[in-house]
Design a binder for this molecule. Structure first.
Ligand SMILES: Cc1cc2nc3c(=O)[nH]c(=O)nc-3n(C[C@H](O)[C@H](O)[C@H](O)COP(=O)(O)O)c2cc1C
Length: 183
């Protein structure tokens, strides 16, 4: 049985936020297509600068492509049955000022995926891609991205084969009240 996190005040949203952990071992169970669709719904509920939504997503379940990620991404050797490539496409953002915020916009969509997946009993891990040129090249190549579409991150998704404890990493010294103070 899952124990509520001591700081969650029985709030199910906080529970899910505290329960989200990076999962790096997965069972063979495929992720239901409906759940992958729900993750896309969650992603696109995220806020974005001037609501420009400069994101696109590549949902990958092809075992050959997943094997390529495992082999070619040095920090991405994980056995998940699905992956989502989070992409920024500046051409989707008509406003030049808003375009500058594509990484924040796409990161918020990604975080929505991580939290939604946790709530659906799935595990995830963010694999960093942008701004490492070599990782960008690999991901572009595996999923055939055009030059102007930038892969920000790869998120592996699957059913967890490891358990991790729910937690916050709260640190009072990182919080300043009204003005920045040396502690
Ligand atoms: C920008 C970013 C890049 C990351 N890159 C990787 C990665 O390449 N491989 C990996 O296994 N985890 C990666 N992670 C996951 C972090 O290692 C993980 O979030 C951190 O250790 C905290 O653990 P937790 O997610 O369980 O809370 C990345 C996370 C972020 C936000």
């Amino acid at each position: 049985m899952r124990r509520p996190h001591p700081n969650s005040m029985n709030n199910p949203t906080l529970e899910t936020i505290f329960r989200r952990r990076s999962i790096r071992r997965y069972t063979d169970q495929p992720v239901e297509p409906e759940k992958l669709d729900l993750l896309m719904q969650a992603a696109m509920a995220a806020p974005s600068a001037m609501n420009c939504k400069p994101w696109e997503f590549v949902v990958v379940t092809d075992p050959e492509k997943l094997a390529q990620f495992r082999k070619r991404l040095v920090f991405g050797n994980r056995n998940a049955p699905a992956a989502i490539v989070i992409c920024g496409n500046p051409r989707l953002s008509p406003n030049p000022a808003a375009r500058l915020f594509w990484q924040q916009d796409c990161s918020l969509a990604a975080q929505n995926i991580l939290i939604a997946a946790t709530s659906l009993g799935l595990g995830t891990v963010w694999i960093g891609v942008h701004p490492v040129a070599e990782f960008v090249h690999v991901v572009r190549d595996v999923v055939s991205l055009p030059r102007h579409v930038i892969p920000l991150a790869l998120i592996y998704v699957g059913y967890p084969a490891e358990t991790k404890s729910s937690r916050t990493q709260y640190d009072a010294t990182r919080v300043h009240r009204d003005k920045y103070s040396k502690k």
